[in-house]
Design a protein around this ligand. Structure first.
Ligand code: ARG
Length: 570
């Protein structure tokens, strides 16, 4: 058990003894470390509910609290915070536990859950927009963290490979296709076809009908249209895969919308029979009468022309997932604009008897410097491939300037790590629900809360080790002794790694891991300034080298959980 968890257990029994609801026993790292290392606001929360004086309640909790083996005598501060200052011996012990543990102190969950994470999910032959970029980065990180904590994770890329866009694409393919362009840049060519037909349709109602007919033919299994569809999906997927490869992202499943096509009609019939859905003006809807949020917003599952909808596919998808994986939770990582869609799907699923924990992991937008939705100069959606190449290119300029003596190949390798890391980190460090302004300069800076800053902290530690090795100093992992204040601050941060991962997963907020790593690097720099490592000798040096080594391990591991790699030099 982590120190934080142990303290929570102790507080819980003190609350019980004081006759207070023990679920209030939440112990957190202190915000202001002058008052202590950990704190709990249990007395304040309880006082509010019981209409009592919080400081008096805190005193009464203290009289039942036994932590003398772990901390100095706890104190009450402010409006009723109880503060804990951990004994150096306790801290060393916890730290040495992390040191001797291949998992860096990360304790797997007691009862693993099966979590399906539905993320990335771009649409074939439609431009991938920045929403897909955020989904890709965020979903991948959440999957990594959930796995690290011992959950069973199934990642599924629910690509949009069966939408109405195919009427346009097929018509364009038959009449406007540039085979050479398709060969060179398939997605761009498919998007071009889509756009051209789309705008031609606008002042040509006849064309609209023809295009719709192509779609109907596809849906009815016309061999020619089916073949075009297959090729378009395969070409798009190839390009998506290249990007996922670059980003080091993999999926367990890639069950796109088309996979569920045959399940849609029977599903709607079943929902009608079970009186979950009803006919309304020729269409089929699920009504949520009496629901304050959804009363006026029925979920449409079949249009009056017989066509099915995004929601219909999501319901079929959920049924399939329920049967195949029996998940405890399904997480849908998509932008905030899809909130209503998921509320409707989840509410319908409840009616169907699904009890799984369904969550829409929503996120905000990426904005351009003008604070409007990020677009390219010509006003189009920013394309992920171009964005990543630019990141690598810009990183290369920085790397070449800072490391002229690295070989060209090495420079390129480091630039890839830095450039891609910078893009991912800039996204993950934000609270996912906030919109943020995309800025190359900020994200590639070696100062501040950025990936290069953290990667650089790692590199610095590695160079300390190289130096030690060059001087014949042993770098063997040794017992850690805490003496200096800066050492203590770093040690406290290190033992909190496991707890942070739990908090991150609870609200699906990797930005808390970013913040943790940033603080870790910061405390390391302070430690390194205050405490000579190589120049000290004997046990102190061995201890400090071990502390530095642990910091590097957590930086590498923590960044890895964000999908970001570290270079050995930069
Ligand atoms: N393809 C969709 C879009 O681009 C995202 C799909 C998300 N997943 C889902 N099961 N609905 O908006």
């Amino acid at each position: 058990m982590s120190l934080q968890a142990t303290l929570s257990v102790r507080v819980a029994s003190a609350l019980q003894a004081a006759g207070i609801e023990d679920s209030l026993a939440v112990v957190m790292p202190s915000v202001d470390t002058r008052f202590g290392d950990y704190q709990t606001n249990a007395a304040m929360v309880a006082a509010k509910a019981l209409k009592k004086n919080p400081r008096e309640l805190a005193a009464s909790i203290l009289s039942h609290l036994h932590v003398e083996d772990l901390c100095e005598v706890p104190t009450v501060a402010g409006a009723g915070f109880i503060n804990f200052k951990v004994l150096d011996a306790t801290l060393s012990e916890a730290l040495n536990g992390v040191r001797g543990d291949g998992r860096l102190g990360v304790i797997p969950v007691g009862s693993p859950k099966t979590i399906i994470i539905d993320f990335s999910s771009p649409n074939v032959a439609k431009p991938m927009h920045v929403g897909h970029i955020r989904s890709t980065i965020l979903g991948d990180s959440l999957a990594r963290i959930a796995r690290r904590l011992g959950h069973r994770v199934v990642t599924d890329n629910h690509i949009g490979d069966w939408g109405t866009q195919f009427g346009k694409v097929i018509h364009g393919w038959k009449h406007l296709l540039n085979a050479e362009a398709l060969e060179k840049a398939p997605i761009a060519e498919l998007v071009r076809l889509y756009r051209e037909v789309n705008s031609a349709e606008e002042n040509n109602p006849g064309l609209k009908e023809t295009v719709r007919h192509e779609l109907v033919k596809l849906q009815q299994g016309d061999p020619e249209n089916l073949e075009i569809w297959k090729q378009a999906v395969a070409l798009s997927w190839k390009e998506f895969e290249r990007l996922y490869g670059l980003l080091d992202i993999t999926f367990d499943e890639r069950l796109g919308e088309s996979f569920y096509n045959d399940a849609l009609a029977p599903l709607v019939e079943r929902l009608l029979n079970e009186e979950i859905a009803e006919k309304s003006e020729g269409a089929v809807c699920v009504f949520f009468r009496g629901s304050p949020e959804l009363e006026e917003k029925p979920c449409l599952i079949r249009k009056s022309d017989g066509g099915f909808l995004y929601a219909t596919t999501d319901l079929a998808t959920l049924e399939y997932r329920e049967q195949r994986w029996k998940p405890d939770a399904v997480w849908y990582v998509t932008g905030a604009p899809q909130q209503l869609h998921f509320e409707q799907v989840f509410a319908t699923a409840r009616r169907m008897g699904v009890t799984t924990d369904l969550r829409h992991i929503a996120f905000g937008s990426i904005l351009g410097e003008d604070r409007k939705m990020m677009k390219t100069r010509s006003g189009e959606n920013v394309e992920l491939g171009g964005l990543l190449s630019e990141a690598i290119e810009r990183a290369l300029t920085v790397v070449a300037e800072k490391n002229p003596d690295l070989s060209k190949d090495q420079q390129e390798e480091v630039a890839r790590i830095i450039g891609l890391g910078a893009v991912k980190y800039a996204d993950l460090m934000q609270h996912r629900l906030t919109d943020y302004v995309f800025s190359w300069d900020k994200m590639l800076s070696f100062q501040g809360n950025t990936a290069p800053y953290l990667q650089n902290a790692y590199v610095r530690i590695r160079s300390i080790f190289r130096k030690a090795e060059a001087e014949g100093i042993s770098t063997a992992v040794s017992p850690i002794v805490i003496a200096d204040l800066a050492e203590r601050a770093l040690a406290l941060q290190i033992i909190q790694f496991s707890e942070v991962l739990y908090t991150v997963l609870e609200d699906q907020r990797p930005n808390l891991l970013c913040l943790y790593l940033y603080e870790l690097a910061d405390r390391f720099h302070k430690f390194y300034e205050a405490c000579p490592v190589i120049k000290s000798g004997g046990d102190v040096r061995a201890s400090r080298l071990t502390l530095a080594g642990l910091t590097a391990d957590i930086l590498r591991d923590g960044l890895g959980l964000l999908g970001i790699r570290v270079p050995e030099r930069m």
